[in-house]
Design a protein around this ligand. Structure first.
Ligand code: MGD
Ligand code: MGD
Ligand code: SF4
Ligand code: MO
Length: 775
């Protein structure tokens, strides 16, 4: 038996603790890590063949430079970085000369399990005098952040879910059985199913695997959640079901909210959802009977129609009924370092007019931000740990933007669809080849941070992100000379308490250095950390901040009796040395109010109450040209965003099939197993049809996480499954947050033409051949 190494899964943002065995560079066995304080030994089917993460035929192992004919040439690191530095400097100088804001767009900055690069990439953005960030969060969660900002006082006040302790779990627009989204999801759902005293309601057009475990499933018509939630809240208030004591003690604005809900036409709204009034009444009965309800939402409503309004209504539902701040209800959670910022000031992009939310601009506006004629358009697109050409709305436009930019750079482990458009591609070490961590730490009242150690050396030719950025800053001439760095390193080694003051003195004489503090920490403090943990250096600052802002909770979490800087040092030491993760904060339930950034929760948000007042079932009629509602990006057994490119990883669903009810398929003249075309105004893709009687009539689904090209073993590349964002229309998005309506894309189905079928069969055969050959 080989040795077991401790690590974490990075195939979804739950990041379960794992133990793995290795054979050379291959992960041969995987099991859950029982010592992980959050996942406690849990893992799902996706992690079982983690060997394909980082160990496949499409790894990059050299920087690439695009030639005028669109082919890529291998260049060495110094060449790539010096040329990039020269071009960045030219843009930065031109920005300054024109007196315009920095035209650098930072895209991504971390995936499902790797957030260490983000600090360094953000430093580059700041040095380029920009703050334009686009990432996955800004195409799913920014509506939620906006509402949090207005209600709780900061957009980084983010809700946690008491799924393990609630007696009613209200699941809206998510499928935790498949997608997780909270730790140990299948265990939690099975426990709920088997406990006669606990209930679950699922609001989803599809009878999902999660709905199978529910006491009540409400198969809402796609895109009508706002009507349903508004009707439910109106019914609760009609029945005086609000928690008056909680509202009086903790909130403002109830009267204004109640006045608007008194005007909600409940019957018309319920009719519009396609549900029966009796079922909705039953849901309301269950909410009112609950001792502790937790609401769990995700993409079905966040990437659905009325996204930001849905986020508001979902929160009103738990707040009006007093299901906040107690065991088993919704709460807020702590951060070691917040994953997103706060921009409640209302700043907007000059190019698209969209506001910044959580410090982010909408991913769906990236292409416009670049392709616009506006003098302040983005001119550099810097992509790190994201594949916007496949994951942002309208892939063709995103590709055009990457080509049109004055400079585009992709930092990735694989030759992605985005890399295939970039001027330079920089190969990063994969997640098991470096120190890494995730900031997806959403737990309350105990929160866990997990730093994981490398299992392998970096693949030759690759660098960890911290080193890529540090070398780039050396080329840019921003870092001080070796003697100054050596002096600071010596301070870090011998007298860390003095490091901030010493670094401050250096910054005072080096313009631009304060913007890249993480890089300075990496090059100095980093060099003194044990076992090559240099890239973790920014966590030192984060540890001290956490210890300063929530000392009591950190003391309890670590079970120590320290204070001041000693507590921060101990926290940093612990997160670097605990192999299975550290409980970095432990609170009492009612201390959640320390995290709320205003005195009382604000309930009446005029912009959203206006939106609610404008909801009109008549304005929401189906489009006869595009009669189906497509869940464009469903989570299934074997998909994981764009993380796992190797087709061999998937044990199920090799084609990434279109799921559709058999009668709906027959009505368009097709049958199970046929290739069919899915058509929108933006494009047409050809997919394999597979019957799924769980779908709601006239609702179909395609999986997220396909459409990646892969080496075919004969010197070419072949696309594996549907490239779903070829058919999304980037402008079909939320008016406030710009989040796309991916879960309700209006489409038409047609039988594929003979040529399309032949091309699809051929691609499929080449993928299967590559898999058979061990790709
Ligand atoms: N297997 C797997 N798991 C994953 C991922 C993955 O790629 N694969 N990705 C991870 C990531 S990044 C995320 S953000 C999460 C997302 O996790 P989820 O949001 O749970 O996953 P989805 O399948 O995208 O969509 C959820 C549900 O929304 C429903 N839905 C569609 N339209 C509507 C509607 O109008 N109203 C309502 N109420 N529901 C609707 C769909 O039927 C679907 O069941 O999953 C994470 N986990
Ligand atoms: N139509 C549609 N579009 C969607 C969705 C949908 O449901 N439907 N879902 C959206 C959601 S919720 C999300 S979260 C996004 C996800 O989309 P993205 O934000 O684009 O992220 P990922 O798909 O996770 O891609 C991660 C990239 O990081 C690379 N990578 C992996 N490890 C490392 C590393 O250590 N370093 C570096 N530098 N790179 C690495 C991978 O090779 C991959 O190219 O997609 C969104 N797009
Ligand atoms: S739930 Fe997510 S993090 Fe856990 S094993 Fe499955 S894919 Fe990995
Ligand atoms: Mo996501």
């Amino acid at each position: 038996m080989g040795e077991w190494h401790t690590t974490a899964c990075s195939l979804c943002y739950v990041n379960c603790g794992l133990e793995v065995q290795l054979d050379g560079r291959a992960i041969t066995r995987v099991r859950g890590d029982k010592a992980h304080p959050r996942s406690r030994g849990y893992l799902c089917q996706k992690a079982q063949r983690l060997t394909w993460l980082g160990n496949h035929g499409d790894r990059l192992d050299s920087p690439l430079r695009r030639g005028p004919d669109g082919t890529y040439e291998r260049v060495d690191w110094p060449t790539a970085l010096s040329e990039i530095a020269e071009r960045l400097t030219a843009v930065r100088d031109a920005d300054a000369a024109a007196g315009r804001p920095g035209s650098f767009a930072y895209v991504g900055g971390g995936g499902q399990g790797n957030h260490s690069g983000g600090a360094y990439g953000s430093a580059l953005m700041r040095w380029m005098r920009s703050d334009r960030v686009f990432n996955a969060l800004s195409q799913e969660k920014t509506g939620d952040f906006h509402v949090n900002g207005e209600m709780f006082g900061s957009e980084s006040c983010h809700t946690a879910e008491g799924v393990e302790d609630c007696d009613l779990l209200l699941v809206i627009g998510c499928n935790p059985w498949m997608a997780h989204g909270f730790p140990n999801a299948r265990t939690v759902l099975n426990t709920l199913r088997n406990d006669p005293d606990r209930r679950m309601i699922v609001i989803d057009p599809r009878r999902t695997e999660t709905a199978d475990a529910a006491d009540l499933h409400l198969p809402v018509r796609p895109g009508t959640d706002a009507y349903l939630l508004a009707a439910m809240i109106a019914m609760i208030l009609e029945r005086d079901g609000q928690d008056d004591a909680f509202l009086a003690e903790r909130t403002d604005g109830f009267a204004e909210v109640a006045a608007v809900f008194a005007r909600v036409p409940v019957d018309a709204f319920v009719a519009h959802t396609g549900l029966g009034r009796a079922d909705v009444e039953r849901a309301v009965d269950m909410v009112l009977a609950a001792r502790a309800m937790t609401v769990r939402v995700e993409l079905g409503v966040q990437q659905g129609r009325n996204s930001t309004l849905n986020s508001y209504l979902e929160k009103l539902l738990f707040l009006l009924t007093g299901n906040f701040g107690r065991r088993g209800t919704n709460n807020l959670h702590t951060w070691l370092a917040p994953l997103w910022g706060n921009s409640t000031g209302g700043r907007r992009s000059e190019v698209t007019g969209y506001r910044y939310i959580g410090g982010l601009l909408p991913a769906s506006t990236l292409a416009e931000e670049v392709l616009s004629e506006h003098p302040h358009r983005a001119r550099v697109v810097w992509v790190e740990s994201a594949n916007p050409a496949n994951t942002y709305g309208n892939s063709a436009e995103v590709e055009e933007a990457l080509r049109a930019a004055e400079l585009s750079v992709v930092v990735d482990v694989a030759f992605t669809e985005s890399a295939a458009q970039a001027d330079y591609v920089l190969p990063a070490a994969a997640q098991h080849e470096k120190w890494e961590f995730t900031l997806f730490t959403f737990e309350w009242p105990h929160n866990v941070f997990h730093v994981r150690r490398p299992l392998l050396d970096p693949l030759p030719g690759t660098l960890v992100e911290a080193e890529i950025y540090a070398r780039l800053f050396e080329e840019l001439g921003v870092l001080p000379g070796p003697e100054v760095l050596a002096e600071l390193t010596e301070v870090a080694r011998t007298d860390r308490g003095r490091l901030l003051a010493a670094a401050g003195a250096v910054m005072a004489t080096h313009p631009g250095l304060s913007e890249i503090a993480p890089v300075l920490l990496y090059r100095t403090l980093g060099a003194t950390l044990p076992d090559g943990a240099a890239a973790m250096a920014p966590l030192w600052a984060a540890s001290h901040r956490a210890a300063r802002t929530m000392p009591r909770a950190v003391r309890r979490g670590l079970d120590v009796d320290l204070d001041g800087p000693a507590l921060g040092e101990e926290l940093f030491r612990r997160i670097l040395t605990d192999p299975s993760g550290t409980v970095f904060s432990a609170h009492e339930w009612d201390e959640v109010w320390e995290l709320v950034r205003r005195e009382r929760v604000r309930l009446d948000l005029p912009e959203l109450l206006d939106w609610l007042g404008r909801l009109d079932p008549a304005a929401d009629a189906p489009d006869p040209e595009y009669p189906f509602s497509l869940v464009n990006g469903q989570r299934r057994t074997h998909n994981a965003n764009q993380i796992l490119r190797a087709p061999a990883w998937r044990r199920s669903d090799p084609d990434g099939a279109l799921r559709v009810r058999e009668e709906d398929l027959a009505a368009v003249g097709a049958a199970a197993g046929d290739w069919v075309a899915v058509v929108t105004a933006a494009g047409r893709i050809v997919v394999r049809a597979e019957p799924d009687e769980r779908m709601r009539p006239m609702q179909v689904s395609l999986p997220h996480g396909y459409g990646m090209s892969y080496p075919d073993g004969h010197g070419g590349r072949v696309v594996d499954g549907p490239r779903i964002n070829l058919i999304t229309i980037a402008a079909d998005r939320d008016p406030i947050a710009g989040t796309p309506h991916h879960k309700d894309v209006k489409v038409r189905l047609e039988p594929a033409t003979a040529d399309e079928c032949a091309a699809a069969e051929s691609a499929r055969a080449r993928v299967r051949e590559a898999v058979a050959a061990g790709a």
